[in-house]
Structures are given as structure tokens and as C-alpha cells.
Design a protein around this ligand. Sequence first.
Ligand SMILES: [Zn+2]
Length: 106
Amino acid sequence: MQYRSPAFVEDCLAISSINLIVIRLRTGHNRLNAHMNRKFKLAPSPTCACGQEDQTAEHILQRCPLLDEERKEVWPSPTPLQTKLYGSRQELEKTTTFITSAGLIV
Ligand SMILES: [Zn+2]
């Protein structure tokens, strides 16, 4: 068996948690209201807590007014959804940081 350094293992774990969040956001198979309500009737409404739109990945990443502060912290200038979901590993890390700091479970 090949020896793997702890740093390597840690890196793999970090990558897999980033992937999990990003894949859920990309596919729409996530625990946001829009999916949980339409697909499983597990959320009372598809609407976001802000009341403006359905709570989808695009809404929370791009527009939700409740998350403006967290969004500006991670992305000081406007960033396309494409970059947040399909950008470099560094970009995907920002997306994960945003979701985590917003306290969202996706
Ligand atoms: Zn919202």
C-alpha cells in the first residue's frame, strides 16, 4: 500500500466537500426550498425567506438580498453564475465558503 501524507488526505477531503456542495448547486438536487417543495413537498413553499423569488441556487448565489453581506465578502465585484459553479478550483472554493458562511445547508 502506498503511503499517503496527511496533507494529501486532507486535500482529498477538502476537494470532496467542495464537489458535493457544487454538484448539488449545479444539478438543482439540493435542499433549497424550490427543490424540496416541488420534488418532495418537504418545504412549505418554494419561495426563499426573502420572499422575492424561488430559493434556487441562482437566487442565493446571485440575488438574494438576505445574503448580500456574505456575497460581497466572498465576491467583492459581480461574478457570473457560470464562474461560481463551473470556474477554477479557487472559484469553486469561494462558492463553498459563501454557502458555509451563509449558514445554508445544500
Ligand atoms: Zn432570497
